[in-house]
Design a binder for this molecule. Structure first.
Ligand code: PRX
Length: 659
């Protein structure tokens, strides 16, 4: 059933590609106090970029990045291949470390690191430069050359940043695998990248216990012929077996290593890293990011989206370095901008549900960047938790990773931001390298749940099934111009690169998200298009129904899927987590959705559940919920954080009778 054509046969009225059902009218202009110190308070950057985007990016690259040799061309664009700043050379580690030390900021704190058990490390730019230089020498000593790949499988400890920067310093590409992934995922990624060295730890802390990493690394390396050496950081103190000749303790190798390792300039298009997207289906894709364009984009977005005051801000991004958010907004963006940041090893609820707020107070965090799924969890734990702490240092909040429901946005605004902090809802992807759509906090009037506008230098457009631009209403989100931080391909698979991102709409980048434009031109992300339901010929976004459910005072979190239905094509099935102490009946929730966004979106069934199946990065796995709703055998659950919840939901589904 081809959506638009089908819609037209079903109804006299023209339909949007994705029906935009809800509307949110609250607006939040930046306050005069915030604007007073803000980097951008008007449309000047947008105007400049609209005039000539290449010249705009060239100016950012010149101002924000240190180059060893200038470029010959700003952009060479042979769709789908972009080359930015060709002819230029630079070193990313030099930009993140040496240039700050040379500017007299060696004593400035780069990272306030906090371990989950409460141990801390204060690392200055000079300390970090020394450790990175030493580790670069260690890698060279083990035979790692420019162009080699190095795998990193570490907890959230400073050595993760050290390892990444050391690779960048010597021109080896890193491939970080999130510490929560299994040995199988690790060996698949090592083999795809043909990595020479694996950097891991004995273990790390999570929920008050040591989780072992080295045993998983050992298991992975039973089937990774390219790995010559394994370097092991001592963190957990758990027992490990060291393989003679292959395995080395980090501290032994570092002992006596020279701090002298000049940063060698790399070509602008030199491979900086691979990062595998945790695809829910199919073989993971090794997303390729290169040197000059990527560094320009993350430095630029980190500065302007977070309105950085580098001398006074304390930045905290709660992501793990194993994801793109950690690459771009823990390691490369903040360090390139020379700011001070917090890095935290553990979970938000150890020892108490207020751990994050304790950290904000302790370090005087001014900019806080987290995911909507975390915010909904905080809502569930209640406003008393943040209220235990002085959060007055905060001046700006950010979100990333999923659409944020207006109710979660408002809760964040009130209970974390004290109604004084702008919120930047930042849309981007592993593939885009850096933030693409977001408010500029001193210039943009925000609306709860909207990522607002493409950043200066970025052009986005909504299109319908026939690739026609959609000026107002729902459609597919596409990017129409290359941008410096864009992926340069999929490692070893150019056909899949073209097919996945550049074939659905000719001449446009499409990575699978639906969005809508309101009549004021604000963009509202509607989730992945494969999460879009089709009920009686109306395409309905799971996000809008979820937001309607979460707007009910008894609901903390909701996930919605479309299940096959004989009458309506698909029916809406909802899974709902209630707020602590709340009680509500299924019929009330169905009626609530109907009154919020219309009877068409009313769930056929609402299951109340204590938890939802999520990936380890916190994304709800709707594919599994669809399987449960349609009574299918459950497929691969290996990427789930907690697989037992699927059994519980299946039992509930079997016990229920549809009315
Ligand atoms: O669906 C969009 C969602 O996350 C996807 C990208 O996931 P990943 O590559 O893992 O990177 C996540 C961190 C950048 C997107 O295709 N997404 C990300 N940010 C937002 C979002 N959806 C809505 N609003 C956002 N702010």
């Amino acid at each position: 059933r081809a959506g638009l054509a089908y819609d037209r046969t079903m109804s006299d009225e023209p339909h949007d590609t994705i029906d935009a059902l809800s509307s949110e009218n609250r607006t939040f202009p930046p306050s005069a106090t915030f604007k007073a110190d803000s980097l951008v308070v008007d449309t000047s950057l947008y105007d400049e970029a609209n005039e000539d985007d290449e010249a705009f990016w060239a100016r950012q690259a010149t101002e924000l990045v240190d180059w060893s040799e200038p470029w010959d061309t700003v952009l060479d664009w042979q769709l789908p291949y972009a080359k930015w700043f060709e002819g230029a050379t630079l070193n990313v580690a030099h930009n993140c470390l040496d240039r700050h030390v040379a500017a007299g900021k060696g004593g400035k704190v780069a990272i306030h690191w906090e371990g989950e058990p409460g141990d801390t490390r204060k690392i200055t730019y000079q300390d970090l430069l020394d450790e990175v230089s030493q580790f670069s020498n260690v890698l060279k000593g083990l035979g790692v050359d420019k162009g080699d790949r190095v795998n990193i499988y570490l907890p959230m400890i400073p050595e993760a940043a050290v390892a990444m920067l050391a690779c960048a310093r010597i021109g080896a590409a890193h491939s970080v695998v999130f510490g929560g992934f299994s040995s199988q995922s690790l060996s698949d990624r090592i083999n795809d990248a043909e990595a020479k060295v694996l950097i891991t730890a004995d273990g790390g802390y999570r929920r008050g216990e040591v989780f072992p990493l080295k045993p998983a690394a050992d298991e992975a390396c039973e089937s990774t012929p390219t790995i010559e050496h394994m370097i092991v950081v001592k963190r957990g103190g758990n027992d490990v077996t060291m393989v003679e000749g292959r395995d080395h303790w980090y501290h032994d190798l570092m002992d006596g290593a020279s701090t002298d390792c000049p940063a060698e300039p790399m070509e602008a298009e030199h491979l900086l890293f691979l990062l595998y997207t945790s695809g829910t289906t199919g073989k993971p894709k090794g997303i390729m990011h290169t040197t000059g364009g990527y560094l320009t984009q993350v430095t630029y977005t980190h500065k302007y989206v977070f309105d950085l005051q580098p001398e006074t801000d304390v930045f905290w991004c709660t992501a793990d370095v194993g994801w793109i958010t950690g690459h771009s907004y823990i390691v490369y963006g903040p360090l390139s901008n020379g700011c001070t940041q917090v890095m935290y090893e553990g979970v938000p609820n150890h020892p108490g549900n207020d751990r994050f707020w304790e950290i904000v107070e302790k370090y005087g965090v001014t900019i806080f960047y987290t995911a909507p799924t975390a915010i909904r969890t905080f809502m569930k734990w209640g406003a008393d938790e943040p209220a235990k702490h002085d959060l007055s240092s905060l001046r700006l909040l950010g979100t990333v990773g999923e659409p944020i429901n207006p109710e979660a946005w408002m809760w964040y605004h009130e209970h974390i931001g004290g109604e004084r902090c702008p919120i930047v809802d930042t849309w981007w992807q592993t593939e885009t390298g850096g933030i693409m759509i977001s408010p500029l906090p001193g210039a943009t009037t925000t609306k709860p749940g909207s990522a607002t506008f493409p950043l200066p230098g970025v052009t986005a457009e909504l299109v319908d099934d026939e690739a026609q631009p959609v000026p107002v209403g729902g459609g597919y989100l596409t990017l129409t111009r290359p941008w410096p931080g864009m992926l340069r391909g999929i490692w070893g698979d150019p056909d899949r690169y073209r097919e996945t991102y550049w074939s659905r709409f000719e001449g446009r980048y499409f990575a699978g998200d639906g969005a809508k434009l309101d009549d004021a031109g604000y963009l509202w992300l509607l989730g992945r298009v494969d999460d879009v339901m089709n009920v009686s010929g109306h395409r309905i976004s799971t996000t809008e129904v979820e937001s309607a459910l979460v707007s009910h005072p008894a609901v903390a979190e909701a996930a919605v899927v479309g299940a096959t239905d004989a009458t309506t094509g698909q029916a809406v099935i909802a899974y709902v987590i209630l707020r602590g102490g709340a009680d509500v009946g299924e019929q009330d929730l169905r009626a609530h959705v109907a009154s919020e966004i219309g009877a068409i979106a009313k769930p056929r069934k609402v299951f109340i559940t204590p938890d939802l199946p999520k990936t380890r990065s916190g994304k709800i796995m709707r594919r599994l919920l669809r399987d449960v709703a349609e009574g299918r055998l459950i497929g691969d659950t290996t990427t789930l954080a907690d697989a037992s919840i699927v059994d519980e939901l299946q039992a509930k589904a079997a016990a229920s009778t549809d009315d």
